[in-house]
Design a protein around this ligand. Sequence first.
Ligand code: ASP
Length: 273
Amino acid sequence: MIVAKFGGTSLATAERFCHAANLIRQDPNRRYVVVSAPGKRDDSDIKITDQLLRYSETGDDADIGCVEARFREIAEELEIGLDISKEFDEIRHASHRREYLASRGEYFSAKLMAAYLDFQFVDAADWVKFRMDGSVDQESSYACLRRQAVGRGLVTPGFYGLMPDGQIHTFSRGGSDITGSLAAAALNAKVYENWTDVSGFLMADPRIVQDPQPIRHLTYHEMYALSCAGATVLHEDSVGPVSRAGIATNIRNTNRPDHPGTMITSTAVKREN
Ligand code: ASP
């Protein structure tokens, strides 16, 4: 069984959404799905999460209107018969904390993907449990997810969870990777697939070296060091849950699904000659 997490660029438009759904359908082992909020469609675009954060500061109806329009466009183009307007009206008419608003990108992304795939939607607020100090209570989170993972497949939003006082709390930016890692550990996945827009960790910085090759294998130790040194492929805090559970992480490229990507394991893999 595979937990597959899709990043924002892989979900930026209806077409990308559909492509991600096809990848999920291609392998029946991909039963548990974690999604980010839709990212930028092009260089001049704004990520849904950034637009929500802007709305939390400005309260400008144009900002929340743009977010709603993007989700509506995805729903309409893919003919997902899900009415999101009531929930957006509720967001407009109540005053919400910044973290709650920031989390809505992942929330709606997961709602749409679950409806599109005909998978069960499990809200991250119903299983990712934070302690008051902001750390994740893994034991109770894992137990909550296991209890709810009963169907053929499920989709859950990345990036956020619930504090003991009932408030939504978000991880740091890029934190959907952490949710994916927690879900993989909770459900004892064989592999945690992290689908993004590169074919894994590269052998050199592409801004300096032309066309560097992706690294085939890394250990979690090496990956953590690379992430702390500035490689932005995977959130460094996503290492803990999967590495402790002995689960491999496979970075994959949605634009080149046939490429094996980078496989990250606890121990080094012998090099094939
Ligand atoms: N949407 C959040 C961000 O932009 C979290 C994520 O994508 O992992 O940082």
